[in-house]
Design a binder for this molecule. Sequence first.
Ligand code: HEM
Length: 527
Amino acid sequence: MTDTTISRSIETVLKIVNDISPRIASAYQTTTRNELILVGGAALFSVYNLVQYIKDKSTAKYYLPPRVPFALPLVGHSLYLLWDSNQFIDWCAKKYGEVYEISIMGKIVTVASGLSGQEALKADTDFLSLEEGVIKDVLYLQYAIDKTTFEIGFYVNPVVAKAVISHKKVPRHTEGILKGMDAGFKNLLPATDSFVLKDPNHFFQRLIAHMSVPTLIGKEVGDNATVIESFAAFTADVTDNIPIFMSVPVVFHRFITPYLQSFKRHRVIMSKFIAPVVESRRQAADAAKLKGETYKAEDDFLQGLLEFVKPDGTNYTADQVAQATLLVAFASVHTTATNLAFCAYWIVSRPDIKQAILEEIESVVGKDINTELTYEHFENMPYLDKVIRESVRQGADVLAVGKKCLKTFTFSNGYQVPAGRVVETTNRRLNMGLSANRVDISEMDPLESGSRPPTTASRDYVTFGMGKHLCPGRFFAVLEIKLTIIQLLRQYDITPSTSSPAHPVKLIGGFMATNSSAPIRFTKRKL
Ligand code: HEM
């Protein structure tokens, strides 16, 4: 375009504006408030439809799954999810099949259930990425940690977890977990014979941190209250900011993040306390090597991280390793605490289940609460295994995972997901099938999973994921949950603090599962 064409176009636009602006001003003065609201609403609706039309045109070349109709402007299908997500998801699956598109707060997402749901869960990260999806787009974890920590968290932590807390290695953490639990009980519970725990979530998260810090991070900081508190609180500090980030456009985030850096302190704490541990372990290993002695390395996650060799043959620095422990906390504390809470609330809500677990504990460990627990004890508690598996199964999100499509993804039925779109899987429906709607507490049946252990994934048990990215921390998480339930029930009777039953699973936004936060009464068992 030449300069003259541009200036002519500008002149024409200005003329049109000059012509119509007095007319707009006079129309505005003579129009009533209701008419203005109506016109404004209609304009908004048209803009919304125009945006959808443009978006639809840009994806016309794909073989897209059916789009569920009846989306409302701006909120899409969110209100239906909020109202009764299980029923809405059932209705969509019946009407549109395994894969379909819905709009959540105006954003189109692909929902995959059945076989397609399994395919989405198993997909390679080159196609469907958790890191680029919920982790960066919803949790904005990139504001809390730097690029190297991200790299360690997503590419090194899975390798280390598979090596350090595998099914075979996890029994050796029993003693450390029990020690941490004892300290947790002492630090977090009142010494009185009977009390009501008003904030059980705080207790469960801190307890998990007490058990995990000595076993995952290291004995050296096993009773360091600052590290334990930071390990427990990191995830909550990240997630607390979500509503703020969601309500402010992404371009403005960099202006507000400096004021929302509650998570910054965790980086400082890890550098201060964990980096010296890394240095001193490395120095001890070097000194032993110089003297020709064998160095007895620790057997924890931190050791796995500090020994990890990068493709260029070097190790991560002490500070980088220290920062990376925050991502161990991120992967483990909230997930394990929530599932421990689900289990505890089922036990609180179902006295029959509690009684059956107690009988099993007494038959395996005996009645004396001073008898020390061993790994062999709880290997022989099949009923408790079933309760844990069923609680974890029931606690799945209705719509889960939120992986972002990085390259066109094609399901085996031919339907496609274009790059940039988020894929949600119907985990609760995958787990529970047609009984996903079941909400009555009395209908929870621990025997439903048969004899499969709580760490074995299957088509109807996807809470730990599926395929290549199946959670490598599940053996450790289940060990912590199991030990906690046994010790809690040996020492206390746990009951609801009010007459209304605590519903173990609650849904945020209608589709994200979280545990009840109802207070729990603890009554010390007599010796
Ligand atoms: C009940 C507790 C837990 C639940 C429900 C859970 C859930 C999950 C899920 C669903 C995934 C798969 C994500 C995907 O599809 O990409 C996953 C991956 C992962 N989890 Fe867990 N997790 C739990 C505990 C833990 C613990 C205790 C640790 C470590 C100490 C851990 C470490 C990891 C790691 C490193 C990955 C990434 C695996 C990979 O990408 O290959 N998790 N977890």
